[in-house]
Structures are given as C-alpha cells and as structure tokens.
Write a new protein. Structure first.
Length: 225
C-alpha cells in the first residue's frame, strides 16, 4: 500500500511540474561543436554517434534534441533527428549541404505532436519548405508583441532561426521557448564559446540581449506542439 501511495504522489508531482522545471539541469552545459546525447544518455556527436565525448557538451541542435526528450517524452533516436525531410539538403544539394538542417530538425522533433506554426497573424499549418516557411523578422518588436501574448504555458515552441546572405537561405540555429506561470517567456539555446542558457523575451532587458545576440536580417520560425 505504501508503495502505491508513493507512486501516486510521484506521478502527481511530475504533473504539477512546469515544463521549465524539467530543463534546469541542462543549463550551463559547455558548448561543444556537434555535441549531443544519444537516446541511451551517452554523450556523443551528431555526425559521429560511434564516438564518445570526454565530458558533457551540447551544440544548439543537441540542446534542442535533449530538451525535447525531456518535454515530449520520446527517445528521438539520432537517426530520426537527422532525417532530410524533403531530400533537398544532402550531398550535392543545389542550395548546399544541410542548408535547412534547423528546419528539418524542428519538424523531425515535432512530428506526431500536432505541430502548428505561430506567427504575428496567428496560427498556420506547417506547409512549405525551408526556403518558403521561415517565420517572421527576428528584430521586429511588433511581430513579437503579437506573438508573445498568444504563447501558452502548456505548450512547447521549437524555433529555427534562418538568414539569407546573398539570397542563400540557411537555417543555422535552433532553440526552444517555454512560458512559465509568472508570464516569462524563456528562450533556451547555446552558443559557441559559451554554454547553454536561457533569456526572458518578455522582459525588456532580455529582449534587448536577444536582439543583440542575433542582430538584424534574420527570421525566426516558431513551431508549437
């Protein structure tokens, strides 16, 4: 009987947790190029899963994969995460190899979770490609002013940030957004020469820091699950 009661209390405790509570120990992990955990928890590399890291390390894709495992309850094998969804970014691709890697990853991780694209005008179905479905201008405060109030505490938002120097689109960075009970909207990611961290986009200071990191001319695609 005591065991059953403990199991029930544990289940209720997990249900009461906010999504942000499940990511606390993923913060301050050192950035490592190509770094990730595989589905068994071993620290390895996205491009070379046969190798083992000497310590803990994540790049932005690795952080998104590990975070989604915590939040969505799936193992997300690395082979599934790396899938080229439209067959348009492999070796010899006209736009360059892996040009839409972040776009592919966001939709690989959200597949089966009823994904919806969230933008300033509301929601839309996730139709298109990495060249046509890029979201809204990252530096536009009016767009964020429309998006942030629509975000919900019981939803997860996967982000792909893209740029297009000389017209060549590149989905080069990914992150994860969560809203907490207090109304903060946290953007989780990691950057080279740094570590995994989060920024509150609902605060003026946090939003300005976010803008300073990414600069102008980028777009951000938000996929809600």
């Amino acid at each position: 009987m005591k065991g059953a009661i403990w199991t029930l209390l544990l289940a209720l405790g997990l249900q009461a947790q906010e999504p942000v509570d499940r990511l606390g120990d993923l913060l301050a992990i050192p950035y490592l190029e190509d770094g990730v955990q595989d589905e068994s928890g071993r620290w390895t590399f996205l491009s070379h899963p046969e190798r083992t890291q000497p310590g803990r390390g994540l790049n932005c894709s690795g952080f998104l994969i590990v975070g989604c495992r915590r939040l969505l309850g799936s193992t997300f094998p690395l082979e599934v995460c790396r899938k080229d969804r439209l067959g348009d970014s492999g070796p010899g691709a006209s736009r360059g190899r892996d040009w839409d890697y972040g776009w592919d990853l966001v939709f690989n991780l959200s597949e089966g979770s009823s994904p919806r694209v969230l933008g300033p005008g509301g929601y839309q179905a996730p139709r298109g490609s990495g060249a046509t479905l890029r979201g809204f201008p990252l530096e536009d405060p009016e767009s964020w002013g429309a998006v942030l109030p629509r975000m919900r505490q019981d939803r997860i938002y996967l982000a792909s940030i893209s740029r297009a120097p000389r017209g060549r689109v590149s989905h080069y960075h990914v992150g994860l957004l969560l809203k907490d009970r207090a109304g903060a909207v946290w953007f989780y990611h990691t950057l080279p020469q740094g570590c995994s961290h989060r920024i509150n986009l609902a605060s003026e200071q946090g939003f300005q820091r976010f803008q300073a990191i990414f600069g102008r001319g980028k777009r951000i695609l938000l996929v809600e699950v």
